[in-house]
Design a protein around this ligand. Structure first.
Ligand code: SF4
Length: 487
């Protein structure tokens, strides 16, 4: 994929197309998506996956995800799996169980395996006090070999982190931070119940730079109450001044029937669908003009960031955190609702603390559900991943590696894709499929024809992009909702 900024005409075409067609789609942080996981997948099935992971060898690197579910305050837009509490006694217990879960998993793996990527997400990982963070990190080091040259990242709430805490994070071995920002506008912040003075964010950015963190990321959300194109542009400009290495600009989807906190958001203050599109187009223009590379979907990065480099080299991948550079490793998930990907299986942990603690007390892995991938899943995951991450699919390579004839195996999919190609989203050749610059803005639409589960659900594949069923859901950072809207 030519790694160039979307041009003005691409954005104009995107703006027009987005008003005409349904651009909803899965985020494909996994294939199949988490809502397809099977509740029959249990502790024994996870043990089998760990045995296969063990067979890969003691030197095979791993990736880890830790979920810390606690937050002190509710943000009204939130769709994450979190527990709102000011009782820090609850996290003390959780930390003990996290260590026990790690011990159960590591015992099955047998060796102290190298870890080249780790991520603490939430909730709010910095809800843990300094002692609790040290305890979690000590438990990790007991069971795994966290390599200092790996990527070790943590999500930060700038309202809850001072310079001492930033120093501690560096000491503990974190080398990447991701800051929740959403919007700097005071009226927007009040409406979403997340008052976060710009100085708090600036202070954390300055500390991260001073301490030598390799990458600073920020999360923004557009489509929030009282946002306008001009107001969000002011936020984008302040963010550009701070120069984070990575940036996610998520779309807010208002689903108060699914996410209770959203009932406290004033619907009348939400921007219209048209204004939301304008906000996004303006944000892409400003970020591109400031030198950010559009990675895809809602992600941007500076040209020398590892994500942008991986994309240039055709090595970008996706995992449950979105775009990633080490997504090829088996990923272990720890904590409530965490998802792992191990030896061709997906595993999701129990969602409630009671279920999570109960399983571990019984000596079981706290599995809620999972999925065993078959050969078709693996083939389609590769195709979807290639289109989503690198914007190109080498058909000959897929045919030789999977022993298939692509055009007959995917005849229906190609018919659907041709309709999208006519809209300018892709170019289909005999030996390759390329996502166009316009298609990169709607890349999940380009991937969707290859989603077997979606095709079965819809029954008859749509003959054109205009006939796709409209499913009214949205992007909720941290949620495993199957569908999300671009706007
Ligand atoms: S958005 Fe983040 S900080 Fe806010 S309530 Fe949700 S998980 Fe907690």
């Amino acid at each position: 994929m030519a790694n160039t900024a979307p041009q003005r005409h691409d954005l104009a075409d995107f703006r027009a197309l987005a008003e005409r067609i349904d651009i909803n789609g899965p985020r494909y942080t996994s294939y199949p998506t988490a809502d397809r996981f099977d509740s029959g997948f249990d502790h024994a099935a996870y043990l089998g996956a760990l045995d296969d992971c063990r067979a890969a060898g003691a030197d095979a690197p791993l990736s880890l995800y830790l979920h810390i579910p606690f937050c002190e305050n509710i943000c009204y837009y939130c769709g994450c799996n979190k527990i709102i509490t000011r009782d820090h006694g609850r996290s003390a217990r959780y930390v003990r169980y996290l260590a026990r879960e790690m011990a159960l998993v590591a015992a099955r793996l047998g060796e102290r395996r190298p870890v080249l990527q780790s991520h603490w997400g939430g909730g709010t990982p910095t809800f843990l006090d300094a002692g609790e963070m040290r305890a979690v990190m000590a438990a990790l080091h007991r069971q795994f070999d966290l390599r200092p040259d790996g990527e070790h990242s943590i999500e930060i709430d700038p309202r809850r982190v001072d310079d001492d805490r930033m120093t501690l994070l560096a000491e503990l071995g974190f080398n990447r931070v991701s800051l929740g920002v959403q919007d700097f506008d005071p009226q927007v912040q009040a409406a979403i119940h997340r008052v976060q003075p710009v100085q708090d964010t600036q202070r954390v950015v300055d500390a991260a730079r001073r301490l030598g963190f390799a990458s600073i990321g920020m999360d923004l959300i557009y489509g929030l109450p009282h946002q306008t194109t001009a107001r969000f542009a002011a936020t984008i400009d302040r963010v550009i001044d701070m120069r984070p290495d990575r940036l996610s600009v998520y779309s807010y989807a208002h689903l108060p029937h699914v996410f209770k906190p959203q009932r406290r958001i004033d619907e009348a203050a939400l921007p219209s669908a048209g204004e939301k599109l304008d906000i996004l187009v303006s944000a892409i223009e400003r970020l591109s003009a400031a030198g950010y590379v559009y990675i895809g979907m809602d992600h941007f990065a500076l040209p020398d960031d590892a994500l942008a480099q991986a994309q240039r080299q055709g090595k970008l991948q996706r995992n449950f955190q979105g775009y990633a550079t080490h997504a090829g490793y088996d990923q272990l998930g720890f904590g409530v609702s965490a998802i792992g990907a191990v030896a061709g299986r997906y595993i999701q942990n129990a969602r409630t603390l009671d279920e999570y603690y109960g399983a571990i007390d019984a000596g079981r892995l706290p599995v809620l559900r999972g999925h065993v991938s078959d050969a078709d899943d693996q083939l389609r995951r590769e195709i979807i991943g290639a289109l989503m991450c690198n914007g190109t699919l080498d058909i000959a390579s897929i045919e030789s590696r999977h022993g298939i004839d692509f055009s007959s195996r995917f005849a229906e999919e190609l018919t659907e894709l041709r309709a999208l190609a006519q809209q300018g989203l892709a170019r289909i050749g005999d030996d390759r499929i390329d996502v166009t610059a316009l298609g990169r803005l709607l890349v999940r639409r380009v991937a969707m024809p290859f989603d077997r589960y979606l095709r079965h659900e819809r029954g008859v594949p749509p003959a054109s992009a205009q006939t796709v069923v409209r499913i009214n859901a949205g992007t909720i950072p941290g949620s495993t909702a199957r569908y999300s809207r671009v706007v």
